[in-house]
Design a protein around this ligand. Sequence first.
Ligand code: KG4
Ligand code: ZN
Length: 357
Amino acid sequence: MLVLGIETTCDETAAAVVERTGEGPGKILSNIVLSQIAEHAPFGGVVPEIAARAHVEALDRIVGKAMMEAGKTFAELDGVAAAAGPGLIGGVIVGLTTAKAISLVNGKPLMAINHLEAHALTARLTSGIAFPYCLFLASGGHTQIVAVVGVGKYVRLGTTVDDAMGEAFDKVAKMLSLPYPGGPEVERSAAGGNAKRFAFPRPMLGRPDANFSLSGLKTAVRNEASRMMPLEPQDVSDLCASFQAAVLESTADRLSVGLRLFHEQFGPPRALVAAGGVAANHAIRGALQDVAAKAQTTLIIPPPALCTDNGAMIAWAGAERLALGLTDTMDAPPRARWLLDANATAPAGYTNTRAGF
Ligand code: KG4
Ligand code: ZN
């Protein structure tokens, strides 16, 4: 089963061709990602209107490149998938409309994919892991612990009550005048810093639920930084290292609760899987290793390039849905907001064409 996947929900214009022959792992025939970092950097963050225009300008070429590198024609595809949300609506419209056009002209099924579902299923593309597994999804817009019970069957066990984890990294970077995008910059700076210099709070530590909170920690970093102005490079590194250490400890604690809740409801998970841009962070990858070992489960983290946004994860989610006959019609709407676990309440055999789910 050969599927083209298109991703345009944020600041990457991406397309990929992926082959699914069974439960996974799948085969990535091409995976082209064009980052818009240069366009947004002068503004210190993603500007939605600039993103949408950049997607329009680049997408045809990126899709063409993905098809050429895969050595396939549209006629050889079994389906076309696009991220239909959640995300910046202008970009989502560009990707979904392009997928609809390719689908319509070539008579191929369309899959309108939830971007979060694509992150959730990436571990099956890379490792062929069986259901159920426990997902830690941490990106720029989301921080969740999710029981992945099957394709379209997601149960949220914990979530952030304020900022997303990637957002907290980005905001800390901004307040320390590190360049955009912030996450990798904070990680880089933290590598040369003293994580013990500042005793930042460990949010939600010991709480019986599996929720996260990051805004108090972010404020603590801001207060400390403004107290010390002007900052020397070593101060920045120490602040980054101390912030990252607090995130790690809080994450480990929240995940151990999440894994316990998973166990109570679904039995032992096949694995702890991390996904989303923050899972590209090497320190977090190390911390998760300990959490998984303590919970006597395996840790699976896709390679960094498949943790951050890409077309292969969309193509794979499309192939997973196509294999179950879960296709969409031409009126599938682009969605700025779209809960992952809303899928779990959908009736059997439904196709996700209406807003509200
Ligand atoms: O999944 P993703 O590529 O896009 C969204 O769907 O949001 O995640 C992007 C987020 C950004 O907030 C970025 O700063 C964060 O992931 N991120 C990182 C790292 N690489 C990306 N955060 C911490 N450390 C990293 N190495
Ligand atoms: Zn993402």
